[in-house]
Design a binder for this molecule. Structure first.
Ligand code: SF4
Length: 247
């Protein structure tokens, strides 16, 4: 049997790598849709100060992001998604250049109309990254510890932030319909997909509110002032800029 022991040194090294990477992240200058859906005070502070996260939180984020992206790509797009697998491509390259060309052409054809992961869209100076942009609708994907609820309205009312986010994307894409794919992790993994349909007036009103928030953020940035603290105090619990907000 080998001798076992925990390698604390390496654990620390990996943790430091995460915090260093976070600290080196450039400050955000664009206005992202998500900047307008939470605490505007946080959005304004984040233009000047970096977020401070502990290793545990960064590990949780890394896990969530990596798992969400990989999981939904595999569940959602399957094999016929047209994503180019470099190993596959190399195999075809070994055969011949023509073979590779044929294979790539077929892959691109499968991709047409298929979903694009992390689709970037811009409208009126706001940028958004949609989990999967596709036709006839886009998909927003969420991984959650919240348990599924058969009462769809009650469930989505509690997740109003997701609904606002998806509504923002729908307006930016000039659409009235979207899909929300939710992977409930507990008690056992379960996938539920919700259809969200708005009226044009609902989305327009929502966009006007987004524009108001954007103008408020821009005004504060210009004046070097801060908006008041959010009334949604639960956002403060995990706020990475609390140290500035309260100082
Ligand atoms: S601590 Fe709360 S009020 Fe302050 S920036 Fe963070 S979320 Fe906003």
């Amino acid at each position: 049997m080998p001798k076992f022991k925990r390698d604390f040194e390496m654990e620390n090294e990996w943790g430091t790598h995460l915090t260093d990477r976070e600290e080196a992240r450039p400050l955000r200058t664009d206005i992202h849709a998500s900047d307008l859906l939470g605490c505007l005070r946080q959005t304004v502070i984040s233009r000047e100060y970096s977020s401070q996260f502990d290793v545990m939180t960064l590990l949780r984020f890394s896990f969530g992001h990596a798992f969400e992206a990989a999981l939904f790509k595999s569940v959602f797009t399957g094999e016929s998604d047209g994503f180019v697998n470099p190993r596959e491509a190399l195999k075809h390259w070994d055969e011949s250049a023509e073979d590779l060309e044929d294979w790539l052409e077929a892959a691109v054809e499968r991709m047409n109309g298929g979903p694009t992961q992390e689709l970037e869209v811009w409208k009126d100076g706001i940028v958004a990254h949609i989990d999967f942009g596709g036709d006839p609708f886009d998909f927003e994907c969420k991984l959650t510890w919240v348990r599924p609820d058969d009462d769809v309205n009650a469930f989505l009312k509690k997740q109003w932030k997701w609904v606002e986010q998806i509504g923002t994307y729908a307006y930016m894409r000039d659409r009235l319909e979207s899909r929300l794919a939710v992977m409930h992790v507990a008690p056992v993994p379960e996938l539920r997909i919700y259809s969200l349909v708005w009226t044009p007036q609902e989305l327009f009103d929502h966009w006007i509110r987004m524009m108001d928030r954007k103008q408020k953020v821009e005004r504060h940035i210009q004046e070097g002032s801060l908006p008041g603290k959010t009334s949604q105090t639960k956002l403060c619990a995990g706020c990475s800029l609390k140290w500035i907000c309260e100082s």
